[in-house]
Design a protein around this ligand. Structure first.
Ligand SMILES: [Zn+2]
Length: 463
């Protein structure tokens, strides 16, 4: 099957009418299971389809063996739940989409289930899934059979628990419902994106179709080396490849880790590669095998604009010239603030002109402080451990402040220092056998990235 054919067949499955599909008649376990599997479609997961994904590495063939296996599992489970003479009975499959504010009970009753049966099925599902976590648009598939007196009897209910799992509650021979969780057949793949930066890396990546959570990880990875205010200029470029999971129709249901990225900022080119160490841990390294992770991040807020530098300035409120012992990042009220490095909270609370304030002790030499916060994050209190990139609070304008911004200080041996230009020790550097393994992994990622780009992008790239 050619990739485009595969796309088409995938979208054909997706256009199935979401509200109700009813199949009546005596159908075998296999067909029933197939109907159930079709219910497990991506739109039901609440994950956005990957709109303008720039490249699509044709997913390897949709793994039919997986499908068969799952279908067989469902079929045999179904068979075991039905008495032998049920083959003669008529089964009815209904698929309903959850509406805003719907409860599982509400949906089941609306589909025609008797209250007591719906209640019992939901009780069973609780063992494998929190039935309160329904999303609007999510699909629920029910199977009914006609009772001796013609009343519909609920024989099973199935729905996606998340992108990786489907749960089913099934009427057993003893007349109660038993629930089980079935892993969906998902396949790993990689997506690539590239683009030119007009104003911010965030906006450029977003218009290239990169999901928000991948962009946030990208900014975090670069925040060790890049000051997003000073270093990024219009015309700069980025390249990115990240891991995704696809379902059996080939649709992307989940975005995972970044595998490779390259940022060209002015004359600087910063590449990073994900590398898995022998112990299974992963890290990000530049092309020379040096860890991109450093003791402190340069920018503790995503996408912030530097509004005031370290040094002498006329104080905006006090009026007289005063030494500004930190740097100010202008950012909208509520923008998350990250811990610049691993450490322990030394102070978290109100601190005079600083307003809501957090200070972290990183080691015997360095501390960082964050002021004017609108809110301190949950769990951030004296003595708490934090890790680099963890959200410690939100931008605000508390204390002596003229508008929402983060006042950020780096303290070295108890004294504020200018963090711009501060040379921080780099992290781990790969050597010996690991360096060789990294080189192989790096070349594989480079080749993979080149293969996931579309021809037009390759042209742009080689200009
Ligand atoms: Zn300040």
């Amino acid at each position: 099957m050619r990739p485009d054919e595969q796309r088409r067949s995938a979208s054909a499955l997706r256009t199935r009418t979401p509200i109700i599909s009813i199949a009546t008649g005596a159908i075998g376990g296999g067909a029933l299971a197939l109907a159930l599997l079709l219910g497990a479609e991506p739109s039901a997961t609440g994950m956005p389809a990957h709109g303008s994904a720039r490249l699509v590495n044709p997913p390897a063939q949709v793994e039919e063996s997986y499908g068969d296996e799952a279908a067989a599992a469902l079929a045999s489970a179904l068979d075991s739940g039905l008495a032998a003479d049920d083959e003669e009975k008529s089964l009815q499959v209904r698929t309903l989409a959850v509406g805003r504010g719907d409860t599982l009970m509400g949906v089941l009753v609306k589909a025609g289930a008797e209250r007591a049966q719906a209640y019992a099925a939901i009780q069973a599902l609780r063992a494998v899934q929190n039935p309160r976590r329904l999303k609007p648009g999510q699909e629920i598939t029910l199977t009914f059979e006609a009772d001796a007196d013609g009343a519909p009897r609920l024989v099973d209910v199935s729905l996606d628990a998340d992108v990786e799992r489907r749960v089913v509650a099934r009427l057993s021979g003893e007349g109660d419902y038993k629930a089980e969780s079935i892993d969906k057949p998902l396949e790993r793949d990689a997506l690539g994106a590239a683009g030119m930066i007009d104003d911010s890396l965030y906006n450029a990546a977003q218009s290239a179709g990169v999901p928000a959570q991948v962009i946030v990880s990208l900014i975090r990875l670069y925040s060790f080396d890049v000051d997003f205010q000073r270093d990024i200029q219009p015309g700069d470029r980025f390249e990115l490849m990240y891991e995704v999971l696809r379902d059996e129709t080939g649709a992307v249901v989940k975005s995972q880790e970044i595998l490779y990225a390259k940022l060209t900022a002015g004359s600087k080119t910063l590449s990073l590669y994900r590398f898995r160490h022998e112990d299974g841990e992963t890290g990000y390294y530049n092309e020379k095998g040096e860890s991109v992770r450093k003791a402190l991040m340069k920018t503790p807020v995503d996408g912030a604009r530097l509004s005031s530098n370290y040094g002498l300035r006329k104080h905006p409120i006090l009026g007289y010239t005063k030494m500004h012992r930190g740097i100010d990042f202008a950012a909208p009220q509520g923008t998350p603030i990250m811990a610049a490095g691993d450490g322990r909270i030394e102070e978290a609370g109100w601190n005079g002109g600083y307003g809501r304030y957090v200070r972290i002790r990183h080691n015997s030499e360095f501390k960082t402080a964050y002021a004017h916060l609108s809110r301190i994050a949950k769990g951030i209190r004296d003595g708490a451990r934090v890790s680099q990139g963890e959200i410690i609070g939100y931008v605000g304008s508390t204390g002596r402040s003229t508008g929402p911004h983060l006042h950020y200080e780096v303290l070295r041996r108890e004294r504020q220092i200018n963090p711009i230009g501060l040379k921080l020790p780099t992290g781990r550097k790969l050597s010996g056998r690991e360096r060789l393994a990294f080189q192989t992994a790096k070349e594989a990622l480079d080749a993979h990235y080149a293969s996931v780009l579309q021809p037009t992008e390759r042209l742009v790239r080689s200009e």
